[in-house]
Design a protein around this ligand. Structure first.
Ligand code: ADP
Ligand code: MG
Length: 339
């Protein structure tokens, strides 16, 4: 009896291997695409069943409903509208983490930048160049250190202040998905959340995921970065911008110091590290810092890695990933290492 049982087990195993492994086994990559947070997202995982993929899409959509600035019923929209309100669950955690990251980024990341983002028309696509006076008066409303969050989730904003978690929300979503897949027993997965790539573990054969970094000036890529269990997050002026009547390009990443699109020498900034939300915060912040300050910041921390692309067509790769980064052949950029 025992032999028959063992034999059947072996047979089932062989059959499963031959039939391409229904029910999800190591060589089946199952994926789902959905639209959330204003972008197409793809979640893929080995041994990830449809139920898990559906719950991943739902988790991101639920988060969006809590924090979207443009969905009137969201907790953040209501706080912006009334100047006070309550954050709960994931929104509370995200807001708390975002505020800590703003504190760390030396004034380059500020989740209270929303009045500035709005006046340039980035929320309505009704783009315009505001006057110096308008910018100066709105900048008085920008200061994340004045956002007060009580232990029970009550948030109070000074008059005219508004919160926008857009610079870190997709990164937080990446962390949330990695946790969700991990808890479901998946050890190999990759999420693509519009400019944010986050991978869980390696490929099933133990080799790293190969993440392409986009060329900010073309549809192509500047290179490939092999990574395991990391977030790779890129911020770039090319993602959303308009051309003003003066012929200048104005993009959606703002310098909180000036209230204008950050033009400090970079056209894209990619942050690589363990935490999705921190990499998202970093990619925006490094972009605002520009190459010199970003290099200084990296040297002072060394707990993340980065790939910066300058407007002078230089790719600057931090030393910790310089050997791994594989620049694409024939790209119009020179590559150097930040030590
Ligand atoms: P994307 O969301 O396009 O991937 P980012 O992560 O860099 O890019 O976030 C940019 C978004 O964050 C903008 O659309 C705007 O809503 C908001 N934002 C712009 N500048 C800043 C800033 N300096 N600090 C915080 N949020 C910002
Ligand atoms: Mg960001």
């Amino acid at each position: 009896m025992k032999r028959v049982f063992t034999l059947s087990l072996v047979l089932i195993l062989i059959l499963t291997l031959l039939t391409g492994c229904q029910g999800g086994s190591a060589d089946e990559l199952n994926g789902k695409e959905f639209f959330a947070m204003d972008t197409y997202m793809t979640v893929r995982g080995y041994e990830a069943d449809d139920e898990l993929l559906d719950s991943a899409a739902k988790a991101v959509t639920d988060l969006e409903k809590l924090i979207s600035t443009t969905y009137d019923a969201s907790e953040i929209a209501q706080i912006n509208e009334a100047g006070t309100g309550t954050v709960t669950g994931e929104a509370a955690e995200l807001l708390e983490e975002a505020l800590a990251l703003c504190g760390e980024m030396q004034g380059t990341l500020d989740i209270s930048i929303y009045p500035i983002v709005k006046v340039w028309g980035f929320t309505t696509k009704d783009y315009r160049i505001p006057s110096d006076e308008e910018i100066a008066s709105l900048l008085e409303k920008v200061d994340c250190s004045r956002i007060e969050v009580k232990e029970d989730g009550t948030v109070t904003l000074d008059d005219g202040m508004e919160i926008d978690l857009g610079a870190v929300a997709k990164g937080y979503a990446g962390d949330m998905l990695a946790e969700l897949f991990s808890e479901a027993g998946v050890t190999s997965a990759i999420f693509s959340l519009g400019g944010n790539i986050q991978c869980l573990g390696s490929k099933p054969d133990g080799s790293p995921w190969r993440v392409a970094i986009q060329d900010p000036e073309s549809e192509g890529v500047i290179g490939i970065l092999p990574v395991t269990n990391k977030a790779v997050v890129t911020s770039g002026g090319y993602e959303r911008y308009f051309q003003g009547e003066d012929g200048e390009i104005y993009w959606h990443i703002m310098d909180p110091a000036t209230g204008r699109p950050a033009k400090n020498g970079l056209i894209s900034a990619t942050a690589v590290g363990d935490s999705g939300i921190r990499c998202d915060a970093l990619s925006t912040a490094l972009f605002v810092m520009g190459p010199e300050k970003a290099a200084e910041f990296w040297r002072a921390h060394r707990n993340f890695e980065m790939v910066l692309v300058t407007e002078d067509h230089e790719i600057l790769v931090s030393a910790g990933i310089a050997d791994d980064f594989e620049p694409e052949n024939g790209i119009p950029y020179s590559v150097s290492v930040i030590e």
